[in-house]
Design a protein around this ligand. Structure first.
Ligand code: ADP
Ligand code: MG
Length: 144
């Protein structure tokens, strides 16, 4: 599925819809360059899950957990990870194979430990279509 947005609000709302529909145990991966809108999208997902705590990028912590929504939400950012060993250290499998929702930014860096049934989201810019244009490609999900 391919979605196109032309403002941060639209990207937020797409994330929100996904958060509203998310089911226990799902793993979402989020790919895209810096500044493309991964955090905006994630904030939408959190809103859709009913999370009221503010969502920040877990840049220095790998994972941030939110428990006040409809389902537990585990927000990973593995941008600074050196080795997948670090994922073992935080006990990632409890999150990946639990009944909360995982969302992993820069998941390509930990490809070797990703399960098969994941929903892959890629956000891209296309400057020819304007500064605020984003193409959001969602793979591995039936429909919205
Ligand atoms: P990332 O987490 O991918 O590094 P952020 O979500 O922090 O990126 O930032 C995205 C930036 O792009 C924000 O400043 C946001 O306002 C801006 N932006 C402009 N157009 C869009 C759009 N269509 N979708 C998402 N963000 C957009
Ligand atoms: Mg970010």
């Amino acid at each position: 599925m391919i979605y196109e947005t032309n403002s941060p609000e639209e990207t937020f709302r797409l994330g929100e819809t996904i958060g509203q529909k998310a089911r226990p145990g799902e793993i979402y991966t989020l790919m895209g360059d810096l500044g493309v809108g991964k955090t905006v999208f994630t904030q939408g997902v959190a809103k859709g899950l009913g999370i009221t705590e503010p969502i920040s990028s877990p840049t220095f912590t790998i994972i941030q957990e939110y428990e006040d929504g409809r389902l537990p939400f585990y927000h990973f950012d593995v941008y600074r990870i050196g080795d997948v060993e670090e994922m073992e250290e935080i006990g990632y499998d409890d999150y990946f194979f639990g009944s909360g929702i995982c969302l992993i930014e820069w998941a390509n860096l930990i490809e070797e430990i990703l399960p098969e049934n994941i929903i892959q989201i890629t956000i891209e810019k296309d400057l020819e279509k304007g500064f605020d244009y984003r193409r959001i490609i969602i793979e591995g999900m039936d429909s919205l």
